[in-house]
Design a protein around this ligand. Structure first.
Ligand code: GDP
Ligand code: MG
Length: 145
């Protein structure tokens, strides 16, 4: 079964949208295969997760944002779940995300320059497998043993 990695980012947790995100996944009949609260993401996790962003000027701000509070990591399973969850998340900037998407409904603009957008979702199946390993290393250790 196809799997994707979703993160409810620190702004999504702080503004009280853990339940809203999970409700939307359940409403679409996706399976929550794993779920955890990460009290503070490590710099190593974020560098691996955002490996394509490490040379961007906004990378240090992105790391501070992602370490600003607890986040929730989920493995979501179902048919075509990677594409579906990416569509449900919506456009990167909350100001461009359509109403009906998670970011369009729960995202807001912040005045600190960071693009805080409530959730992350994997953009491709291969990225999902890599990201699941970053946030749920204990699961890959289990399947490898
Ligand atoms: P996503 O896949 O829609 O989350 O977007 P990207 O993969 O392009 O970027 C990853 C994350 O980095 C985004 O969700 C934002 O939190 C942040 N980000 C991306 N582009 C920018 C930018 O131009 N400026 C700032 N400050 N943050 C950005
Ligand atoms: Mg991305």
């Amino acid at each position: 079964m196809e799997q994707t990695l979703m993160l409810i980012k620190p702004d999504g947790v702080a503004t009280g949208h853990i339940g809203d995100v999970i409700s939307r996944l359940e409403r679409r009949q996706f399976t929550i295969t794993a779920l955890k609260v990460v009290q503070k993401a490590t710099t190593a996790q974020l560098t691996a997760h955002y490996a394509d962003k490490v040379n961007e000027a906004f990378f240090p701000g992105l790391v501070s944002y992602m370490q600003s509070g607890p986040l929730v990591a989920l493995i979501v399973s179902g048919t075509d779940v990677v594409h579906a969850c990416h569509q449900m998340a919506g456009a990167t900037k909350p100001s461009e995300a359509l109403p009906g998407t998670i970011r369009g409904d729960f995202g807001r603009l912040w005045d600190d320059g960071a693009i805080k957008n409530v959730v992350h979702s994997s953009d491709r199946i291969e990225a999902a497998a890599h990201e699941i390993d970053i946030w749920f290393p204990e699961l890959s250790e289990l399947t490898e043993s």
